[in-house]
Design a protein around this ligand. Structure first.
Ligand code: T3D
Length: 263
């Protein structure tokens, strides 16, 4: 698929996906949603991709749905939010969350509405100092969507999530760090470098074990302790059969750094 609204660049095991409508802060059109879904699905299937970095072009990360396109769509078809979310945003978030490799958000600017959901769906969130976060839905009379109601309370607790949901207040990068919404805040001009350094580490990591870890954490979040331990045992069986595990054990015993190949 040739992409119009995202950039898709692979260097070694690192795939960088850039949302690329900078004049609209990278607001999500149907084309961009389809392209992001295609790119993430492709990353999941391509063994040469060991880590994905997601960022935005220009001064925004992503301000959610393109509201001009939404207006045009509902003027033509009537309100179809439920159907539209199920066909576009929901599969994207689900695909990102279940991707069997790490996804790093390099949050270069404002992340609002479903754009904040996309940031939250990433496994590691590195924010530039000038980044900000808002649950913009209430400002336009909508409810939080694209997984926000599930992800945000789990990340920052119900009280803070409720404040963001009900007020639509813009939260700074430093607040987001203090609340556990992001992992790290870096100077704006260091974001790309820091994200690239972390991505390089993941590109040399035991990818399959990381995929199983993500799967186990997703499972544990909605099951009992006993069920989670059962599932961990299954995942450990799978990880234990990987070449990377054998290499990790050998490297430890030989007192050298392991060389993982993601297999
Ligand atoms: O089924 C469905 O599709 C429903 C799905 C819903 C999911 C959602 O995400 S709903 C929530 C949608 N997002 C919003 O409500 C946020 C709207 N944007 C803003 O509140 C502000 O733009 C920001 C707080 C994000 C940033 O403010 P600021 O002052 O830094 O920038 P700006 O001047 O407002 O925006 C710059 C440009 O981007 C501007 O365009 P212009 O006037 O220069 O041509 C602005 O219109 C455009 N832009 C920003 N956000 C959107 C957008 N254009 C379309 N859609 C946007 N969401």
């Amino acid at each position: 698929m040739a992409y119009e609204t995202i950039l898709h660049e692979q260097s070694g095991g690192v795939l960088t996906i850039t949302m690329n409508r900078p004049d609209k802060l990278n607001a999500l059109t149907d084309v961009m949603l389809a392209e992001l879904l295609d790119a993430f699905k492709g990353a999941g299937q391509d063994a040469s991709v060991r880590v994905v970095v997601l960022t935005g072009a220009g001064r925004g990360f992503c301000p959610g749905a393109d509201l001009s396109a939404v207006q045009d769509r509902i003027a033509g078809n009537g309100v179809d939010y439920g159907k539209h979310l199920r066909a576009t945003f929901n599969p994207l978030i689900a695909t990102m969350r279940s991707l069997p490799k790490p996804v790093i958000a390099a949050i270069n600017g404002v992340a609002a509405g479903a754009g904040m959901s996309i940031a939250m769906a990433c496994d590691l969130k590195i924010a530039a100092e000038s980044a900000s976060f808002l649950q913009a839905f209430v400002k336009i009379g909508l409810v939080p969507d694209s997984g926000s109601t599930w992800m945000l309370p789990r990340l920052i607790g119900t009280a803070r999530a409720m404040e963001m949901f009900l007020t639509g207040r813009k939260v700074t990068a430093q607040e987001a760090l203090a609340w556990g919404l992001v992992n790290q805040v870096v100077p704006d001009n260091e974001l790309a470098k820091v994200a690239s350094e972390i991505a390089s580490q993941f590109a040399a990591a035991p990818t399959r074990a990381i995929g199983y870890t993500k799967q186990a954490i997703g499972y544990a979040s909605i099951h009992t302790l006993e069920e989670a331990m059962e599932y961990e045992a299954d995942m450990q069986d799978l990880a234990g059969r990987t070449a990377d595990h054998a290499e990790g054990l050998r490297a430890f015993l030989e007192k050298r750094a392991p060389e993982f190949h993601g297999q």
